[in-house]
Design a protein around this ligand. Structure first.
Ligand code: TMP
Ligand code: ZN
Length: 418
């Protein structure tokens, strides 16, 4: 189900074992955060379906380039062949996609009236569907999940059913814009991925790689983004190190608030004439002082945050209150298994995604239900596991609050609303 991965994905530091030749001085990646053995965060199953199993969830830090990465790699076919994560169609996500697209056209210097666009990890085709509505007709998605390829086809979005790598890239025509949102940190073999990017581009191609930024994750205390799909927790120093020996360079970085703080890495080919935008140097400066100590504090604070939620729920239940979850996000799986919550504490979790409903929260017997349950059952507390969509969800569920219900937002510090 999984393999150990003990060599830095960006710079090669660390020995794969006693016979490894890469690290003559026996250099090893350093363990910085151990979440134990956990189920796969999106492994939502019903009573008739088998779960994939558990795997270690442990972060290792590279003292050479500052990349943080998981100690294991779960076989991608297990994670992605039938993928329950569907891009949100809500207001926050749609306005992010609109802004990102406008930036790509106006700011990142593509400048073409009708560019040819490829999206890697195109999910159900939501973004490409939007891009086409702006008059751009030459679009192509690459997506490994069969269920999502079918959903994209229903929207008439041309999609290649494949994992993106150099071999897949070799079968495509070059394009002007390549977008990969929250895909890069899911990839094991970055060198092959970069080779693929080089293959699908020409000298003027602009690549927009959206990733969660490690310092935002740490600042916001969102350790719940650590799960088996997220193999790497990216710093800008690590990406610079990774790109050094390749034909691509980091041209610009733009920050967006989506998913609790993401950055878009704009990559270009070295054959182009540009020099990096000042944002790249700003980020490198910001990372001075980022290191092992940062992770040590983060790990301790995260364990505290889990303890706080555990105690809050235990007290509420002891007082005869009812507690549920809102948003069966992958993050919810990390919380629930990290804290050790069961159906005795969390009665159910509601989520609008049809593919998650009437299944179990991975690793537990907590059922996922539709969001209507909030007004039907009127629990005292709903833990907002989709905290990244808090304003949107609280607005949508204002009737629940008006009738006395309370949301618990677990990070950056446990907050009860209202
Ligand atoms: P994500 O943070 O990984 O995107 O997961 C958010 C989850 O929350 C996802 O399963 C969809 C769910 N959700 C709702 O149920 N209602 C909503 O209004 C929004 C925005 C998300
Ligand atoms: Zn490294």
């Amino acid at each position: 189900m999984y393999k150990h991965h003990l060599q830095c994905r960006a710079c090669g530091y660390g020995s794969p074992g006693a016979s490894g030749t890469k690290s003559p001085n026996n250099e090893r990646l350093i363990p910085v955060f151990d979440l134990g053995v956990q189920p796969l965060a999106n492994d939502f199953r019903n009573e008739t379906e088998e779960h994939a199993g558990h795997a270690p969830l442990k972060v290792m830090f590279c003292p050479n380039c500052t990349l943080a990465q998981l100690s294991v790699v779960v076989r991608p076919e297990i994670l992605y062949s039938n993928y329950s994560y569907v891009t949100s169609h809500g207001k926050m996500m749609m306005s992010h996609l609109e802004l990102l697209w406008a930036d790509l056209i106006q700011e990142y210097g593509t400048g073409l009236p009708s560019p040819e666009v490829m999206e890697i990890g195109s999910n159900d085709g939501t973004f490409l569907h939007y891009i086409r509505s702006t008059g751009v007709n030459r679009i192509l998605g690459i997506e490994p999940a069969a269920n999502l390829v079918i959903q994209a086809a229903e929207k008439d979005i041309p999609t290649v059913h494949a994992f993106f790598d150099a071999a897949t890239a070799a079968q495509q025509d070059p394009v002007d814009i390549v977008i990969a949102r929250h895909v890069f940190c899911h990839m094991d073999d970055w060198h092959d991925f970069i080779k693929g990017l080089e293959i699908v581009g020409h000298s003027g191609t602009v690549y927009a790689i959206e990733v969660p930024y490690v310092l935002d994750m740490i600042e916001h205390m969102s350790f719940d983004q650590i799960y088996h799909e997220h193999l790497s927790y990216l710093s800008v120093m690590a990406i610079v190190e990774l790109l050094n020996p390749t034909g691509l360079y980091l041209d610009r970085i733009i920050r967006y608030p989506i998913h609790g703080g993401s950055i878009v890495l704009v990559l270009k080919k070295r054959s182009g004439s540009g020099t990096p935008h000042e944002s790249v140097f700003e980020y490198i400066k910001k990372e001075e002082g980022y290191g092992l100590g940062t992770w040590k504090n983060f790990s301790n604070n995260s364990l505290d945050a889990m303890e706080k939620l555990k105690r809050f729920i235990a007290d509420a239940v002891a007082d005869g209150r009812t507690v549920v979850g809102y948003g069966a996000s992958a993050k919810s799986t990390v919380w629930i298994n990290g804290v050790g919550l069961t159906r005795n504490e969390i009665r159910w979790i509601c989520d609008e995604t049809p593919g998650k409903q009437y299944k179990f929260s991975p690793g537990t017997d907590i059922p996922i239900v539709d969001p209507g349950a909030l007004l039907r059952d009127r629990p005292d507390y709903a833990v907002l596991f989709a905290w990244n969509f808090a304003p949107e969800i609280i607005e949508k569920e204002k009737l629940y609050v008006e009738k006395g219900g309370k949301f618990i937002v677990p990070i950056p510090a446990l907050t009860v609303i209202p």
